[in-house]
Design a protein around this ligand. Structure first.
Ligand code: S3P
Length: 432
């Protein structure tokens, strides 16, 4: 699937973006192992979360999709999952695979996890390593990539684990294994990462202790069913926030967007670049803060992105790179090597795409330096990465000619209604 995007001046309107991907995954996982029936509203009905849903359906959980964004989950309790009759195919979804590794390490059955071409080349050793220390029996390919084989062990033990990389997926996998371990599991983070697991465990009445950068959990308790309202995904909103900032006529308001402080790095970075962004109507949606966000046409300037903001903006770098290409001066970020092991190598993919549009880019092992200026038209390879594809679609707002983007089908993993939402804002994407 290709996008052919025509230059246009407008990014206007009040838009609703779909539910948060990270929170939707966790709602299925925790609802499945809770006691009782949980309801989920605002669920992201995208391919990644459907992969998680199918995995739990394959393990005997009854999940009814009452509407595209509404689920009823009949929890089996912590020990009620059953052996799947097939390998679990998690498609493009790294979150599904890594969190499931933790959750399945302590089950009384064997299971194999696989995925698509991109997921089969992503690192799982970072999750296997702490889980093995807990007594799990997990095999991957020699270089730490899937397939992941998890075998039944008699027991897991709690550990005290200092995360070597700032990763919410690794943190969550260890905490989920901790639900099944004897004794306490303690995780220490080098930098704060998204804390949806911690917040949602508390919503499911599971005790968890958080003190500074240290999170402790014990296996002694049970999750109680609850209702989860999923906020709109700030990672999807980011494309339209950047669109409004770079458009000649830009003003977009997005409602009920998740503004958990571990996710709002993109707003801070864009505001440092001089973006006109207002965050208003702040409220709580269950355990998660939400707000309306209004972004307007802005005279962006290049900045050095503070490295401490990287984890809280990790999925938004493709969109931030487009803002940088439209800014006056240079924007540089480093200490973001994690971007090389996302759905694609996002540093390489953004660098080559920007160069194809005539933008000067210097590439480092862990970041980029982008010189803002004119953007030409051109052909971009998204590398099958949803966020790279959406970022370059937005870039057409400032391009001198059409932008053609190949391999866009995976936009459906996180934002199935992206093209319709873009049309409603005045962005001219043709799908071919
Ligand atoms: C996620 C954590 C992040 C993010 C990913 C979703 C999660 O990865 O990039 O898209 O839901 O826990 P890290 O594990 O690198 O933090």
């Amino acid at each position: 699937m290709k996008y052919l995007v025509k230059p246009s001046d407008q990014a206007l309107g009040e838009l609703q973006v779909p539910g948060d991907k990270s929170i939707s995954h966790r709602a299925i996982m925790f609802g499945s192992i809770a006691q009782g029936c949980s309801q989920v509203t605002g669920f992201l009905n995208g391919e990644d979360c459907i992969a998680t849903l199918r995995a739990f359906a394959n393990m005997g959980v009854r999940i009814e999709q009452l509407a595209p964004t509404e689920l009823k989950i009949e929890g089996t309790g912590k020990f009620g999952l059953s052996a799947p009759d097939t390998v679990l195919d998690l498609g493009n979804s790294g979150t599904s695979m890594r969190l499931l590794m933790g959750l399945l390490a302590g089950q009384k059955f064997n299971v194999q996890l696989v995925g698509d071409h991109s997921l089969m080349s992503r690192p799982m050793g970072r999750v296997r390593e702490p889980l093995t220390k807990m007594g799990a029996d997990i095999n991957t390919a020699a270089n730490g990539t899937p397939p992941v084989e998890i075998r039944n062990v008699s027991a897991l033990n709690g550990i005290h684990y200092e995360l070597p990389v700032a990763s919410a997926q690794v943190k969550s996998a260890v905490l989920l294994a901790g639900l099944y371990a004897q004794g306490d599991t303690i995780v220490i983070e080098p930098q704060p990462t998204r804390d949806h697991t911690e917040r949602m465990l508390q919503s499911f009445a599971y005790p968890i202790d958080i003190s500074g950068n240290q999170i402790s959990i014990s296996g002694d308790h049970h999750l109680q069913a609850t209702s989860v309202d999923v906020p709109a995904d700030i990672s999807s909103a980011a494309f339209f926030i950047v669109a409004a900032c770079i458009a000649r006529q830009g003003e977009i308001t997005l409602h009920n967007v998740g503004v958990n402080p571990t996710r709002t790095g993109v707003l801070e970075i864009l505001q440092k670049m001089n973006a006109e962004i207002d965050v208003h109507n702040c409220a709580m949606m269950g355990a998660e803060p939400v707000a309306s966000i209004t972004a307007r046409s802005s005279a962006l300037k290049g900045i050095d992105i503070p490295p401490e903001l990287v984890p809280a903006a990790i999925d938004e770098f493709p969109a931030i790179c487009i803002a940088a290409a439209c800014a006056d001066g240079n924007t540089q970020f480093t200490r973001a090597a994690e971007l090389r092991v996302k759905e694609s190598d996002r540093i390489a993919q953004m660098a080559s795409g920007l160069r194809a549009l005539g933008v000067a880019v210097e590439e480092f092992p862990d970041g980029l330096n982008i010189t803002g200026g004119q953007i030409s038209g051109g052909c971009i390879d998204s590398g099958g990465d949803h966020r790279v594809a959406m970022a370059f679609a937005i870039a057409a707002l400032r391009a001198g000619a059409d932008i053609e983007i190949s391999d866009c089908a995976n936009v459906a993993t996180s934002f199935p209604s992206f093209v319709e939402t873009a049309h409603s804002a005045g962005i001219n994407i043709n799908v071919c």
